[in-house]
Design a protein around this ligand. Structure first.
Ligand SMILES: Cc1cc2nc3c(=O)[nH]c(=O)nc-3n(C[C@H](O)[C@H](O)[C@H](O)COP(=O)(O)OP(=O)(O)OC[C@H]3O[C@@H](n4cnc5c(N)ncnc54)[C@H](O)[C@@H]3O)c2cc1C
Length: 328
């Protein structure tokens, strides 16, 4: 029976949460489509020992590609391996995380190469008469739409934190199968030098459970720096709105919104951000949104779970002190 195939890029130290979220989607789909087998392609270097965890979280079979070419994977390498595996397994559904690598580069190219339908940035689904309808935000998050991907094979990229991983069941059993990767995996890209961008250091928005985000209302780079202090005491990542990124207060890679990162942390603290639809398209799925804004009519208060009307200059410093006291 054609399977549901999920993807996961691991590291020596961990399995990303997104890999477990995809397995939760796959298990639920499997149940609704009639016990379709769930396979997980697990890529990385030194990831072998984590493979059983994918079975504990819902995979029936793990296809393990543990290879040096996957330590710092290039798009083309991942695409090449992915295409090969999908062609061989001929699954019914391919589930990818909606991140930069899979959602941005691999998914659309894979769908094109395999002439498959693709629905991106999915936050839910429904099965009707055996057809899958994928739910995704449209018009910058102003509306939600159900979409179907036609064809024998369909690819869906799933928004981070839209689904909860299943609890690990250590009694679940399954098969782990290594897949061979040619020693010299052919790619037309040669890496000449790797330069770590300063802005990529520190906690990434994708992984953070708490994000402190600032907007034009922070007034200046000096004003914005207080958000780094707040983030430090909370163990949070720092994000920003379009004006904050354009003015260089926060790197563009930390821009949140329609044209930036789509995030869904447990806690999103928006300071001096009005709550434009293009910004909330990226932050609206956060579990709890706290807004600090001096304008009581700011649109963000319609979406925030907790709102503080006031100037950040008066609200944020005591907040930092309180968190420091709580920590000590
Ligand atoms: C096609 C398109 C794509 C876009 N994509 C994005 C995107 O991805 N991400 C994004 O963020 N934007 C995006 N935008 C821009 C978006 O429309 C808004 O202009 C932007 O989000 C506004 O940013 P802001 O909230 O920081 O600024 P503003 O809208 O100017 O809001 C500043 C807020 O700060 C408050 N404030 C001022 N001083 C203080 C103070 N001392 N204390 C507390 N509050 C204070 C004000 O009351 C105000 O509400 C896009 C726009 C377009 C057209």
């Amino acid at each position: 029976m054609a399977s549901i195939l999920t993807f996961c890029m691991g590291t020596r130290s961990s399995i990303p949460r997104s890999g477990l979220e995809l397995l939760a989607v796959a298990r639920s789909l499997s149940q609704q489509l009639g016990s379709v087998p769930v396979q997980a392609l697990f890529l990385g270097l030194g990831v072998r020992e984590h493979a059983p965890a994918l079975i504990h979280h819902g995979a029936d079979q793990v296809l393990l590609a543990d290879h040096p070419c996957l330590e710092r994977p290039e798009d083309e390498v991942v695409l090449g391996i992915t295409e090969e595996v999908v062609r061989q397994l001929a699954p019914r559904v391919v589930l990818l995380p909606h991140d930069e690598l899979f959602g941005g580069h691999v998914g659309p190219r894979l769908a094109y190469r395999l002439k498959a339908g693709i629905v991106t940035d999915c936050t839910g689904f429904a099965v009707q008469n055996g057809d899958i309808r994928w739910l995704r935000p449209v018009y910058g998050g102003k509306a939600m739409a159900y979409m179907c991907a036609r064809g024998l094979l369909q690819v869906a990229t799933i928004r981070s934190r839209a689904f909860e991983p299943l609890p690990a069941d250590a009694l679940r059993t399954g098969e782990i199968q290594e897949i061979p990767i040619p020693e010299a995996f052919s790619t037309s890209v040669t890496v000449v030098e790797r330069v770590e961008a300063a802005e990529e250091r520190g906690l990434s928005l994708d992984r953070a459970e708490i994000i402190v985000s600032g907007g034009r209302g922070m007034g200046s780079a000096e004003g914005f720096s207080i958000l780094h202090e707040l983030a430090r005491v909370l163990g949070a990542a720092v994000g920003g709105s379009r004006p904050a990124a354009d003015m260089g207060w926060v790197p563009h890679s930390h821009l949140v919104g329609q044209t930036g990162k789509i995030v869904a942390p447990k806690l999103y603290i928006a300071v001096g951000i009005s709550g434009a639809t293009q910004h909330m398209a990226g932050a609206g799925s956060s579990k709890t949104i706290v807004a600090i804004n001096k304008d009581p009519d700011a649109p963000i208060f319609k979406l925030a779970h907790i709102g503080v009307v006031g100037e950040w200059e008066k609200v944020v410093p005591p907040l930092i002190r309180s968190f420091q006291e709580m920590r000590s």
